[in-house]
Design a protein around this ligand. Sequence first.
Ligand code: GDP
Length: 292
Amino acid sequence: MSIQWFPGHMHLTRKAIGERVKEIDVVIEMLDARLPGSSANPLMAELTSGRPTLKVLNKQDMADPARTALWLAHYNAQPNTQAIALDASNTAPARAIIDACHHLAPRRGGMVKPMRVLICGIPNVGKSTLINTLKGKRAAKTGDEAGVTRTESRIALADDFYLYDTPGMLWPRIVVPESGFNLAASGAVGKNAYDEQEVAYELLALLKADYPALLEARYKLGRAPEAYAQAHEEELIEAIGRQRGALAGGGKVNMQKAAELVIADFRALHIGRITLETPEQFGRWMKAGLKS
Ligand code: GDP
């Protein structure tokens, strides 16, 4: 079973972005650096009608730096596109953003032709946090739960530089099952849309292949990296649950509790800095998904 996620009102946001983008010079697309491909809304390119795009890989403090470098190179190779990595601890991101936008739209700027920038991204990716940092005060509402309601606003970063917030909610759109699992693991889709055990299995399948040393450092199962790679996910969850005392009656592991624990550990950065997909992997998933 894949993740089911049917958010409403996408058609309204689509229309609103389509209208807004007519007066926009650069689109900032905020992505989660832990899952850049999956956290993108696949309608963005169509919605923004080929506007120059600045991809902001946010939450880079939680992502694997080597993989962030791969994603930056991947996006920077695309036409009309620039990419930067940011995190909430970056107290002065304005300079990097302003510079990148001027690079993307060199003919805009000055009082007569101010730069107009639209900031887009799925809920919880960090838009409000970035906007607050840019504004220098806590004005936009931030929240941990996907889907905190926000209203559109215009922010003047400079006399000739305006930033517009997304009009409406740009929900993730799950095109391939792998993206659904990664979005669920990251907390970007609502709790009711997925099964924790299934998501934890998928997460462990990924971690045992790509980050076995981090798993060992966190859970101390006494296994070599190859032993993780060979173990079945169900067996790993059970071993982790036993190690961490997630037990049911009769000495059995409470698999639900163990699954929730692994997901919570991933989100809280307790396993380490992890990126769930590389550009190459994501491209492969998309190809296979579109064929089927
Ligand atoms: P929005 O829905 O896109 O406006 O997202 P928010 O700005 O409300 O951020 C969602 C959550 O992610 C909040 O708990 C933020 O504190 C957190 N967050 C945002 N940016 C970062 C970041 O760069 N690093 C980390 N670790 N957390 C972040």
